[in-house]
Ligand binder design. Structure first.
Ligand code: SF4
Ligand code: SF4
Ligand code: SF4
Length: 291
C-alpha cells in the first residue's frame, strides 16, 4: 500500500510539473508519464500503450486508477480529509450511469468535439483544471475549473471513489475488463467474522460482506481493506476461495435457489456418515442459513 501511494503521488507530481513547466527534469519525467494516459493513447492510436493497459488490467485489476491517473490521485487526496470515524459502506454499482458516461465520451471523441478531450476525459480534465486554476486570471475557464474541482473533491470526501465509479467515462471499460481480473480481492469465508472493518475502509464501496465478494469492476486496487482485517481473511490473490466444507456449499446453493423444502441430503452417493450429518442440519433450512 505504501508503494502504491508513493507511485501514485510521484506520477501525479511529475504530471502536474509537466503541465506547469516546472523544472526541466520534472517536466521531462511528467511528459513520459503523460504517454501512459489512456484516452490520449487511444486518440493517438498508441496501440502499445493500450495493449499494455489491457494486459495489466486483465491481470491486476484497475492499477491504472490506483496509481497512474492524476484525477484518481486528486480524489484520494480529498478522501484522506475524511474523519477516520466516518466509515464507508457497501453500495450497489451505478452501471447505467458509467455506461452512459463512456458512450457519451466515445461519441464526442468520434465527432471530434473539443470539449470531450478538455473537460470530460479524466487526464484532459485534470490538465484543464490545473492550467486554469494556476493561470492567475479570473476567466470563465478558471471559474468552471474551480467548480469542477469542488464537485469532485466533495464527492470524494463524502463517498470516496464515487466519481470514479459513476461519472468517469473510463470506469465502464476498465471495470468491464477488471471484473474477472486474475489477481483480485478474495474473502476467506472460513476466517471472516463479518466484523465489517474492510467494508468501512473501502473507498470504492464495493465490498459486499453479506456475499463475501468484492466487486472488482469498481475496486481500484488501493489495498486499504487488507491491513484492517483482524482475522487475515481478506487478500489480494490469484486464488478464488470457495467454501471449504462441501456441506456449506450445498447450503449456499439451496439458499440461492430458495428451495427450503428440498432435502439437503442431495449427495446420496456419499458415505453414511456424511448422510447422517446432512440430516442433522437439514431441519433448520426453513430459516436463513448462517455461515
Ligand atoms: S475512474 Fe477515471 S478518474 Fe478515476 S482513477 Fe480511473 S481513470 Fe481516473
Ligand atoms: S476492495 Fe479493497 S482494494 Fe478494492 S477498492 Fe475496496 S479497499 Fe481498495
Ligand atoms: S475485515 Fe476481515 S473479518 Fe472483518 S468482515 Fe472484512 S474480511 Fe471479514
Amino acid at each position: 500500500m505504501i508503494a502504491r501511494v508513493t507511485i501514485q503521488s510521484a506520477i501525479a507530481f511529475f504530471i502536474t510539473a509537466a503541465l506547469l513547466n516546472y523544472g526541466v527534469a520534472c517536466s521531462a519525467i511528467g511528459r513520459r508519464a503523460e504517454t501512459l494516459q489512456l484516452v490520449p493513447a487511444a486518440t493517438g492510436l498508441a496501440l502499445t500503450v493500450l495493449a499494455f493497459w489491457l494486459a495489466v488490467t486483465l491481470i491486476f485489476g484497475r492499477i491504472y486508477c490506483s496509481s497512474v491517473c492524476p484525477l484518481g490521485a486528486l480524489t484520494d487526496l480529498a478522501t484522506r480529509l475524511r474523519p477516520a470515524r466516518r466509515p464507508f459502506r457497501y453500495r450497489r454499482p451505478l452501471n447505467a450511469v458509467r455506461t452512459i458516461a463512456f458512450l457519451s465520451l466515445t461519441a464526442l471523441l468520434v465527432c471530434r468535439v473539443a470539449i470531450a478531450a478538455e473537460w470530460i476525459e479524466p487526464f484532459g480534465l485534470y490538465a484543464t483544471v490545473v492550467i486554469a486554476l494556476t493561470s492567475g486570471r479570473a476567466t470563465l475557464a478558471a471559474a468552471i475549473a474551480a467548480a469542477v474541482t469542488a464537485v469532485i473533491a466533495t464527492m470524494a470526501y463524502r463517498r470516496g471513489r464515487l466519481f470514479c465509479n459513476s461519472l468517469c467515462p473510463l470506469s465502464a471499460p476498465l471495470g468491464f475488463i477488471a471484473r474477472r481480473s486474475a489477481f483480485h480481492i478474495d474473502i476467506n469465508t472460513d476466517r471472516c467474522t463479518q466484523c465489517r472493518r474492510c467494508v468501512d475502509a473501502c473507498k470504492a464501496e464495493c465490498i459486499d460482506i453479506q456475499d463475501h465478494v468484492a466487486d472488482m469492476s469498481r475496486c481500484v486496487v488501493c489495498f486499504n481493506c487488507l491491513p484492517v482485517c483482524p482475522d487475515d481473511a481478506i487478500a489480494y490473490t490469484l486464488s478464488r476461495h470457495n467454501l471449504s466444507d462441501p456441506l456449506m456449499q450445498k447450503i449456499k446453493t439451496l439458499k440461492t435457489e430458495n428451495k427450503p423444502s428440498t432435502p439437503l441430503a442431495c449427495d446420496n452417493t456419499s458415505n453414511s456418515s456424511a448422510t447422517s450429518s446432512t440430516t442433522e442440519i437439514s431441519k433448520p433450512t426453513a430459516q436463513e442459513p448462517e455461515h
